[in-house]
Design a protein around this ligand. Sequence first.
Ligand code: IVH
Length: 708
Amino acid sequence: MDFATRIAQLRSRHGEAEPYGAGMTAKQPLPQTADFVSNVSRLRAEVERHAHAYYVLDAPTLPDAEYDRLFRELQTLEAQHPELVTPDSPTQRVGGKVLDGFAPVRHAVPMLSIRTETDTESSGALAFDTRVKNALGTEDEIEYACELKFDGLALNLRYEQGVLVQAATRGDGETGEDVTQNVRTIHCIPLRLQGCDAEVLEVRGEVYMARRDFERYNQRQREKNLPTLVNPRNGAAGSIRQLDPKLAAQRPLSFFAYGLGEVRGWALPATHGEILDALQRFGMPVCAERAVVRGAAALAEFHRRIAAKRDALPFDIDGVVYKVNSLALQQQLGFVSREPRWAVAHKYPAEEQLTVVRDIEIQVGRTGKMTPVAKLEPVFVGGTTVSNATLHNEDETRRKDVRIGDTVIVRRAGDVIPEVVGVVSERRPANVGEPFDLFKLLEGKCPVCGSTIVREEGEADWRCSGGLFCPAQRKQALLHFASRRAMNIEGLGDKLVEQLVDGGIVHTPADLYKLGMSALVDLERMGEKSALNLLAAIEHSKQTTLARFIYALGIRNVGEVTAKDLAQHFGSLDNLFAADLEALQQVRDVGPVVAQSIVDFLAEAHNREVIEQLRAGGVSWAEHQPAAQASLPFSGKTFVLTGTLATLSRDRAKERLEALGAKVAGSVSKKTDYVVAGAEAGSKLDKAHQLGVAILDEAQFLALLDNV
Ligand code: IVH
């Protein structure tokens, strides 16, 4: 089914035969009939529904372009009839006037904080359970609601008759600040609750910045030589307190609800767990990592389970929270000095720590990029011992004014590289080092090969001009070439590459295909068996795909996705070679910068020579005629692979599908066209059944591939 058909179906499901503004043009004033008014509100509801699926459920129901089209349609209609704009319209999220300051908001119910159990071991959970049981005078097992402790900023969202009327920060707990305008720009916060028209319902929760959004924001800032955010928490707090809502709207924020403030006209359920379930039904984002458990051992188990997945979570947490589940028991327990006796935060080791910079070294990357790295007094952060932390680039190091001898804050969260987030200036010693100056430090030369270093105008990085003459770049280029998603040469790790390059055995990737036993067995820690394995892995890598090969070349600005797009667009390496700047920019997402990188790379005689040698050495792939994307057999089709296929690895199946124009997604949604289910397929298969998505078994899938 193509998208147009799907949209038509979607419309007919809603009893809609034609677009909402059908028969009207942007210029003509429109007759405001009852039908028209109800069309606008239906369109608004539809846009809101798709936005909820996208921002809250993380399961898009429409292609982005189609959503944008509906959104613009609504904007146009509202612009023609401003009297029809409602405060809960999705068009009202874009940010209003710049403010002079934030008005104070007195909280109807104070926003309290919770006691923190700093004992990060299981005994912390036990101590809390014992206090609760003592206070209640019972030996019975207590039921608890367990949640994550999100590391962001607390907000109170006030809904009246289901419509968001005010958002306020916690402030001192009694009085906060009115941040309604900024909060309206957060897409996952509903402007209207679904199925709740309580007179007043105040939802409390945490606004946060997801790690990926934080990294992306900082990466873009660094590229533009602009200041970065220290950590996601400061990012969230800073954006919420930003006086220009347009700027706030550019910072990607998210929200999780975890409780209530004032409630009028809504019958409270009996437990905290049921409150969260109800909030979720109303369309509020509630974190799925929650559990209702009984007894201290189960609390400790929750703490352990979440600790094990802390790095893999998409956002920062600094602990978990336990709450007595029964509201009746909560009331019985009451408060001590502004903290409820029925809740506690059980912490994890911090993801930021203080330590001292012993030295600053420069690392040379694959493209010659020079990255200053702080050598640190080893420190335990976010679960591991850290002794190196990136300073990203020269400007960032200067902006933070990091010097040898300084005490700095180091952050390691998730699986990102540890970084220096700032200097504790009060602790700067009298004999601190000089302000950072990369050129001066290196005396203008690459620390590895001695070539001149250059920093082009508008670029944030210094680079070594030595290219593949520079052993550091050569080593990184070889490691990239051999990496799993490129040529996938198993066993070619950094120690081996180091020896091969330093020993003058391998100069370019093409030399790998000339290696024989005699060159390998003399290397350190290389027995006959591992040498044979390596040679077999190199041999195996010869049969590859054009996309992998292009990616493996390590062309600046050409990542895996661009490599796939180039392979699909040009079909053969010779066609890619023949493309000029203009032809390259016809490829999806290839702009002038990427196109120039490709042209520069291929203009280098040395690079072409290596490519020819690789081909001569036996590296090969299937080629096809250059195809306009739409004409590929599976263009516009989305597949999801699940379970184990007997005859094809998942990567290989993905490659074959992509070569035929299909998109291969990680999860099943209404957008999925086919689910390919191998042996032991699990929840994705269930979801496909639920949504009525077409399911192919292995035989059907192979037949489909063979018949295109
Ligand atoms: S409950 C009366 N639950 O931690 C109980 N707080 O001092 C009120 N926080 O700044 C708080 N995750 O913003 C609660 N799942 C969670 C939380 C949470 C983070 C924050 C909260 C406040 C601090 C508690």
